[in-house]
Design a binder for this molecule. Sequence first.
Ligand code: NAD
Length: 453
Amino acid sequence: MSAHTELVSRLRAAWLSGKTRPMEYRVAQLEALGRFLDEKKQDILDATALDMGKPPFEVELSEISICRSELNHTLNNLGTWMKDKHVEKNWATQLDSAFIHKDPYGVVLIIGPWNYPINLLLVPLIGAIAAGNCVVMKPSEISRNVERLVAETLPRYLDKDCFAVVTAGTEETTRLLENKFDYIFFTGSPSVGRIVMTAAAKHLTPVTLELGGKNPCYVSDTCNVQNVARRVAWGRFFNAGQTCVAPDYVLCSLEMQEKLLVALREAITEFYGPNPQESPDFARIVGDKHFQRVQALLRSGRVAIGGQTDAQTHYIAPTVLVDVQQDDPVMQEEIFGPILPILTVTSLDDAIAFINARERPLAIYVFSSCKKVVNQVLEKTSSGGFCANDTIMHMTLTSLPFGGIGQSGLGHYHGHYSFDTFSHPRAALLRGAGREALNTPRYPPYAPRRLPL
Ligand code: NAD
């Protein structure tokens, strides 16, 4: 028996013992996770800085405080979420109790990516613990300092019988996936998502796939250009563009492009100073491979702003590209770096047709002071999420489901959507053992009986 198989069997035995089911147990594990966040905050800041030069404020905002608010929201609502939900009954079950019981799945596998390595491992973990599961976590090997931190310290806070961290690259993850899990929650690229789903299919294991894609950002002619530029620049250059919900490209008219370029240059200087390479608030690309890939995309169109790179420190300046063609490399894949191409369109309908001719993205952004324009984009396109007059902010709400559609993912989570994702809605009918006369109408011989409808 391999080490992975042994681990999964051990966790399944712990799950079958019923240990994770009581609310007190779940609360204790969630509180322990809170202590991990508090006590290891500096280590998280250090590890993310080493992995990709993440600015401390960005780590606090996007890794620590998001986990904190998810944790608090879960602790505050867990009692309500766990309650059985009584449902309507039919004539035959009037005297019985019919309800949905939120059952944990069992042993869950969570596979995380490197770009928000704490958030994207712990937020799903919070949902899985809240729902009463045992969990194997597989952090990304690319953000290796965070991987080491999580593997060495997180298990000290959680019950070792029920929660484990496995460190693994591609080969070992492939072997890990041969095991039968009861649920798999994967965050990463669409290509690996397919591999995970194929492996899950062998065991008929349900999956959530949180994937990526190219998020369009339509800027109409009626808007405050300075506000648009700051909000788009923030969303695009936060974490050096390595954000699944970052605006991937802008669609606007030629006239708007001219105004936007001026405003974007101002916003970039305001945020990162005259030389972003010296700014403590601008992150780096995670490694050599990713740096080479993103750098190659700079050859699409013409650099209007930025474009500087430094291979040694994996620096790519906040960059805006213009004169980009639809078949340029930068438009063929998710950019996942600090590059913002602007493509011009002739009308709102043109922009909508452009968006609909491509895979359905994780997010669509629209900037307009005209409600009709916003509503048209909302009604005539499809995406995992949608945000008008800002970027990224929709995903900060624990009250909204977060997830993709089509190529950008399958399923959703955050807040009570996480709890539901990691719970099986078990149909329960509790009937009395007596009153047999009430059942006689359904037993044979039937003729000449009619249904009492
Ligand atoms: P990735 O798909 O390369 O890796 C994700 C995880 O899968 C890692 O833990 C990795 O070790 C593992 N993995 C890689 N190859 C594997 C294989 N062949 N078999 C099994 N496991 C394998 O993704 P990434 O580079 O870490 O992250 C970037 C991608 O993730 C982007 O596409 C981005 O949009 C997406 N993403 C999506 C979200 C979301 O919430 N929807 C969030 C962050 C990132």
